[in-house]
Design a protein around this ligand. Structure first.
Ligand SMILES: [Zn+2]
Length: 224
């Protein structure tokens, strides 16, 4: 699918999925906590739930939606909460509603990514001093990187290659159980597998800092 493909939500057409994503993200970040969304914003959220791709939309809607609020969820990030007509409340992921449920492979990869997030954060922290001294070079464009617009990236082998190797070693994506943590978090259900993966990633991954824009243009050319 092209990055510029139009994105359809019921009768509403967005120029692209990223435009739709940006609209919902701006509602999420631009709304005061625990205050009812404006009628138009709440209407957009209901449209997203009703006409989007959330696999549990019917259960989330239940007897009907009375209102929508934004709250801080377990991970300290903002999330949408639905107030139902019967007074019950439930959270829902607008990202799942926009994208649909991930495939088994995507779901496991998301969990694997979250399992090693502390390694990413630790690596970034080790680079802080060198960044400040202008000693970090983006390998993709071979220029010095500043402290803005950068991200941690996997030099070869890529994260997807590492994840695939790990999945192969266990017998494939389908045998790896994933469980939810909070409204949007995921982790491996088997904590021994999680420890093996964490150690494998720590020893094998070659982390580096690159410009976000360099990484993005590389990803685009690799997928097109
Ligand atoms: Zn670069």
């Amino acid at each position: 699918m092209s990055a510029m493909a139009k994105y359809q939500l019921g009768s509403h057409t967005y120029p692209s999925k990223s435009v739709a994503l940006a609209e919902f993200r701006s509602i999420l970040n631009g709304t005061a906590l625990d205050e009812p969304l404006s009628a138009s914003a709440a209407g957009m959220i209901q449209l997203l739930l009703r006409d989007g791709y959330h696999p549990e939309a019917a259960e989330k809607i239940g007897p009907g939606i009375e209102g929508v609020v934004v709250r801080i969820n377990a991970y300290g990030t903002r999330g949408f909460w639905l107030r139902r007509l019967d007074g019950t409340e439930v959270d829902f992921s607008y990202l799942v509603a926009l994208n649909g449920a991930p495939s088994v492979e995507q779901g496991v990869r998301i969990a694997l990514r979250e399992e090693i997030n502390d390694q990413i954060v630790t690596f970034f922290d080790t680079q802080t001093a060198d960044l400040a001294r202008g000693r970090v070079v983006c390998e993709l464009c071979v220029t010095v990187v500043g402290s803005n617009g950068i991200q941690v990236d996997h030099a070869a082998p890529t994260f997807i290659e590492l994840a695939s190797r790990f999945a192969d070693s266990l017998g494939g994506w389908d045998v790896i159980g994933v469980e939810c943590v909070g409204p949007t978090g995921r982790r491996l259900a088997d904590r021994n597998h999680a420890r093996v993966w964490w150690e494998f990633h720590r020893q094998t991954a070659r982390l580096r800092l690159v410009h976000k824009r360099c990484n993005l243009s590389r990803a685009r050319s690799a997928h097109s």
